[in-house]
Design a protein around this ligand. Structure first.
Ligand SMILES: *[C@@H]1O[C@H](CO)[C@@H](O)[C@H](O)[C@H]1NC(C)=O
Ligand SMILES: *[C@@H]1O[C@H](CO)[C@@H](O)[C@H](O)[C@H]1NC(C)=O
Ligand SMILES: *[C@@H]1O[C@H](CO)[C@@H](O)[C@H](O)[C@H]1NC(C)=O
Ligand SMILES: *[C@@H]1O[C@H](CO)[C@@H](O)[C@H](O)[C@H]1NC(C)=O
Ligand SMILES: *[C@@H]1O[C@H](CO)[C@@H](O)[C@H](O)[C@H]1NC(C)=O
Ligand SMILES: *[C@@H]1O[C@H](CO)[C@@H](O)[C@H](O)[C@H]1NC(C)=O
Ligand SMILES: *[C@@H]1O[C@H](CO)[C@@H](O)[C@H](O)[C@H]1NC(C)=O
Ligand SMILES: *[C@@H]1O[C@H](CO)[C@@H](O)[C@H](O)[C@H]1NC(C)=O
Ligand SMILES: *[C@@H]1O[C@H](CO)[C@@H](O)[C@H](O)[C@H]1NC(C)=O
Ligand SMILES: *[C@@H]1O[C@H](CO)[C@@H](O)[C@H](O)[C@H]1NC(C)=O
Ligand SMILES: *[C@@H]1O[C@H](CO)[C@@H](O)[C@H](O)[C@H]1NC(C)=O
Length: 580
C-alpha cells in the first residue's frame, strides 16, 4: 500500500508539478540536434504546421518593431515598445495583407512559457515558446493580423509579456525580435473596409481592448483562478455602431493545463488525493454583457511544447501551440443595450476552473458613416442551461468516468442605421463528450474527448441576406501510463491524438464561399523523468494538414521521430485534400 501511494504521488506530480506559478510539467535535460544551414550558429528550427500565409508569394515590405531578451521577466511589467504605421517605411497605395512575425532563439534549459503581444491593449498574438536545447533552437510564428487594420494605421504602444525565470537550473533566455510585414494589395485580396454588405469579411473601424490596462505587472490578460471568479471590464462604445464582435483569447495553465484529464472531485476525496487537479474534465468559458450570458467558448485542447511528453514537439510543435486560436462572439443582437452612451460591462468566467486561466478580449466595432446615432433592440434571447450527463464507476484508484454536456445560446436583435434595419440572429450550439479511464492502480489514464462547436450568424437587411457558419470539431485522445519508478525517477509511456477541424461557409444572396480545414496530429513515445526533467526518451509525431478553400488548397503530410523529419509531403493539389 505504501508503494502504491508513492506511485500515485509520482504520477500526480506529473500533472501538478511543484514549481508554484510555473505552468509546466517537464523540460528537456539532454538532446541531440540537427543543424540549420541558414543559420550562422547551429540552431534547430522548430515549427507549427499550418497553411502558407502568403501563397501568392508576393514580396513584402518589412520592419522590426521590437527586440528584447527575456531573462528573468516573471511577474514584471510587460516589455514596451512603439509601433508606427507603414505609411513612410512601406508606402503602398493599399495594403493587401499585414503579418506579424515573432522570431525567437533560445539555448539551454527552459520551460515552455506562455506569452502575449498587445497593441494599444488589444491582443494580437497568444503563444507559447518553444523549449530550447543545449545547442539552441530557433522558431518563428507568422500571423495574419489584417483584421486589426484600423488599429495598425496609427501609432500604438506595444506590450509583450513573457514570464520567464532564469536560474542555475532553468538557464534559457529567450531572444526575441518582432517584425511587421506589409503586402501590397493585389487583385484577389485586400483589406476591405466598411460597406454594410461586405461587413462580414471587412475589418472593424475601431477595436477596443477588453483587457487589463498598462502600468501593471504580468500580462494584460485577466487571471481566472476558480469556478466562481468573474473578471470584467467596463466599456463605453460610440453611438453609431451597427455591428460588434467580441474576439476572446483564452489559455489554461498550472492545475488546469490538462483540464480534459482532471479527476472528478468525488474520486479525489474517495482516494484521499489532496492536491490532485479536480473538478472533472469539463470547462466552459462564459462571456457576459451586464451579467447576461451572451456567448460561450469551449476551448480547443492546445498542448503546449512541454505538455504530455516534450519530445513529441521537437521539431513539429502541437496544433495551435505557437498561435493559440481566438474565438468570436457576435454582440450585434445586443447592441440595443449598449448604444446609450453609457458604460457596459463585459465579464468572463470559467465553469469548474482551477487556477489559472488567462483570458481577455478585443471588441471589434463597425461604425455607421452615414449617421451619428444608430439604435437597436434585442428581440429574442435564449440561453439553454448546460445539459449535463455524468456517470462514474470506480473502485479504489481504478474506474471510468463519462461526461456528456451540451448547450445552445441564441439571440436575435435589430439595429437601425442609415442603411435601414438589419436583423442579426446569432446561434451557438455545443456538444461535449469525455470518457476517462483510470487503470494500473491509478497510474494509467486514458481520455477520449470530443467537442463539437457550431456558430451561426444570419443577417437580414432590406436588400440582402448574409449567413456565416462555422462548424468546429476538436477530437482529443490521450493515453499515459507510468510504468516504473526508482529513486525519484519514473518512466512514462504516452500517446496523444488531437485534431482541429473547421468548416466555414459564407452565403450572401446567390454567392457561397466555403473552406474546410482538417488538421490531425498523433504522437507517441516514452520518457524517463526525474523531478521536472526528462532525462531521456523518444517521441514521434505524425500530422496531416488538409485545407480546401475557394482560392487555394494546401496539403501537408509530415512526421518526425527523435528530432528527425521522417517524411514531409506538401502540395497545393486540391485532389489530395480529402473532400469532407
Ligand atoms: C532557409 O531559408 C530559406 C529562405 O528563407 C527557406 O526557404 C528555407 O526553408 C530555410 N531552410 C531551413 C532548413 O530552415
Ligand atoms: C556548427 O556545427 C559544426 C559541426 O558540428 C561545427 O563545426 C561548427 O563550428 C558549428 N558552427 C557554429 C557557428 O557553432
Ligand atoms: C507617431 O510616432 C511617430 C514616431 O514616434 C511620430 O513622429 C508621430 O508624430 C506620431 N504620430 C502621431 C499622430 O502621434
Ligand atoms: C474565487 O476567486 C475569487 C477571486 O480571487 C475569490 O475572491 C474567491 O474567494 C474564490 N472563491 C473560492 C470558492 O475559492
Ligand atoms: C463498473 O465497472 C466494473 C468493472 O469494470 C464493471 O464490472 C461494472 O459492470 C461497471 N458498472 C457499471 C454500472 O457500468
Ligand atoms: C454521450 O455522447 C456520445 C458522443 O456524442 C454519445 O454517443 C452518447 O450516446 C452520449 N451518451 C449519453 C448518455 O448521452
Ligand atoms: C449536438 O447534438 C444534438 C443532438 O444530438 C444535435 O442536434 C446537434 O446538431 C449537435 N450539435 C453539434 C454542434 O454537433
Ligand atoms: C538509487 O540511488 C542510490 C544513491 O544515489 C544509488 O546508490 C542506487 O544505486 C540507486 N538505485 C538504482 C536502482 O538506481
Ligand atoms: C496508445 O498507446 C497504447 C499503449 O501502447 C496503445 O494500446 C494504443 O493503441 C495507442 N493509441 C494510439 C492512438 O496510438
Ligand atoms: C502520409 O504519409 C504516410 C507515409 O508515407 C502514409 O502512410 C500515409 O497514408 C499518408 N497520409 C495521407 C493522408 O496521405
Ligand atoms: C536518437 O537519435 C540519436 C542521435 O541521432 C541516437 O544516438 C539515439 O540512439 C536515437 N534514439 C533512439 C531511441 O532511436
Amino acid at each position: 500500500m505504501a508503494d502504491l501511494y508513492l506511485l500515485l504521488i509520482t504520477f500526480l506530480s506529473f500533472f501538478n508539478q511543484p514549481l508554484a506559478n510555473l505552468h509546466k510539467t517537464t523540460t528537456l535535460f539532454t538532446s541531440q540536434l540537427t543543424s540549420n544551414p541558414n543559420s550562422t550558429s547551429n540552431l534547430t528550427t522548430f515549427f507549427e504546421v499550418t497553411k502558407p500565409i502568403n501563397p501568392e508569394k508576393t514580396k513584402s515590405c518589412s520592419y522590426l518593431i521590437l527586440q528584447h531578451d527575456f531573462g528573468f521577466t516573471y511577474g514584471q511589467p510587460p516589455v514596451l515598445g512603439t509601433y508606427t504605421p507603414p505609411f513612410e517605411k512601406c508606402p503602398f497605395q493599399e495594403y493587401g495583407k499585414i503579418v506579424l512575425e515573432w522570431r525567437g532563439t533560445c539555448k539551454g534549459r527552459q520551460f515552455d512559457r506562455i506569452f502575449g503581444v498587445w497593441f494599444g491593449g488589444v491582443e494580437l498574438l497568444r503563444s507559447c515558446t518553444a523549449e530550447p536545447t543545449q545547442s539552441g533552437i530557433f522558431w518563428s510564428v507568422e500571423k495574419d493580423v489584417s483584421r486589426y487594420y484600423s488599429l495598425l494605421m496609427s501609432n500604438q504602444t506595444i506590450a509583450v509579456y513573457l514570464g520567464n525565470v532564469v536560474d542555475d537550473t532553468y538557464t534559457g533566455v529567450y531572444h526575441v525580435k518582432i517584425f511587421m510585414h506589409f503586402y501590397p494589395k493585389n487583385g484577389f485580396d485586400g483589406i476591405k473596409m466598411g460597406s454594410l454588405e461586405g461587413s462580414y469579411d471587412s475589418n472593424a473601424d475601431l477595436i477596443y481592448p477588453i483587457s487589463r490596462g498598462l502600468g501593471l505587472n504580468d500580462g494584460l490578460w485577466f487571471e481566472i483562478v476558480n469556478g466562481s471568479d468573474v473578471e470584467s471590464k467596463d466599456v463605453v462604445i460610440p453611438r453609431n455602431v451597427y455591428r460588434a464582435v467580441l474576439e476572446v483569447y483564452v489559455s489554461f495553465h498550472e492545475n488546469d493545463e490538462f483540464w480534459y484529464g482532471n479527476y472528478p472531485n468525488e474520486y479525489i476525496s474517495a482516494n484521499d488525493l489532496k492536491g490532485a487537479p479536480g473538478n472533472g474534465p469539463f470547462r466552459e468559458v462564459v462571456v457576459s454583457l451586464d451579467d447576461n450570458i451572451v456567448g460561450a467558448v469551449w476551448p480547443f485542447t492546445v498542448v503546449y511544447t512541454g505538455g504530455v511528453n516534450p519530445l513529441f514537439w521537437r521539431p513539429i510543435t502541437g496544433i495551435g501551440s505557437f498561435d493559440l486560436p481566438s474565438y468570436d462572439i457576435e454582440i450585434t443582437p445586443f447592441l440595443g443595450m449598449m448604444l446609450d452612451g453609457k458604460s457596459h460591462k463585459f465579464g468572463f468566467s470559467v465553469t469548474n476552473a482551477l487556477n489559472v486561466w488567462y483570458i481577455d478580449a478585443n471588441l471589434h466595432l463597425w461604425l455607421d458613416k452615414g449617421s451619428k446615432k444608430t439604435e437597436g433592440q434585442l428581440l429574442k434571447y435564449n440561453v439553454e442551461p448546460l445539459q449535463f450527463y455524468l456517470s462514474s464507476n470506480f473502485t479504489g484508484y481504478d474506474g471510468s468516468f463519462h461526461a456528456n454536456v451540451s448547450r445552445s445560446i441564441k439571440s436575435t436583435g435589430w439595429v437601425k442605421s442609415s442603411q435601414g434595419i438589419i436583423t442579426t440572429e446569432w446561434t451557438q450550439d455545443f456538444n461535449y463528450s469525455n470518457i476517462m479511464t483510470l487503470g494500473n492502480e491509478g497510474n494509467m489514464q486514458i481520455v477520449k474527448q470530443k467537442i463539437d462547436y457550431n456558430d451561426n450568424v444570419n443577417v437580414k437587411s432590406p436588400s440582402s441576406v448574409i449567413s456565416f457558419k462555422s462548424l468546429k470539431s476538436f477530437p482529443f485522445f490521450f493515453y499515459t501510463d507510468i510504468v516504473d519508478q526508482v529513486n525519484g525517477t519514473y518512466t512514462s509511456l504516452s500517446n496523444v491524438t488531437l485534431g482541429f477541424n473547421e468548416k466555414k461557409a459564407k452565403y450572401s444572396d446567390s454567392r457561397a464561399s466555403v473552406s474546410s480545414l482538417k488538421n490531425l496530429q498523433s504522437a507517441q513515445g516514452d520518457m524517463v523523468v526525474k523531478g521536472n526533467l526528462v532525462v531521456r526518451g523518444l517521441g514521434s509525431t505524425q500530422q496531416v494538414y488538409q485545407y480546401r478553400g475557394n482560392e487555394f488548397c494546401y496539403f501537408r503530410n509530415i512526421s518526425s521521430s527523435n528530432y528527425t523529419i521522417l517524411y514531409d509531403k506538401e502540395s497545393n493539389n486540391c485532389g489530395l485534400v480529402a473532400k469532407q
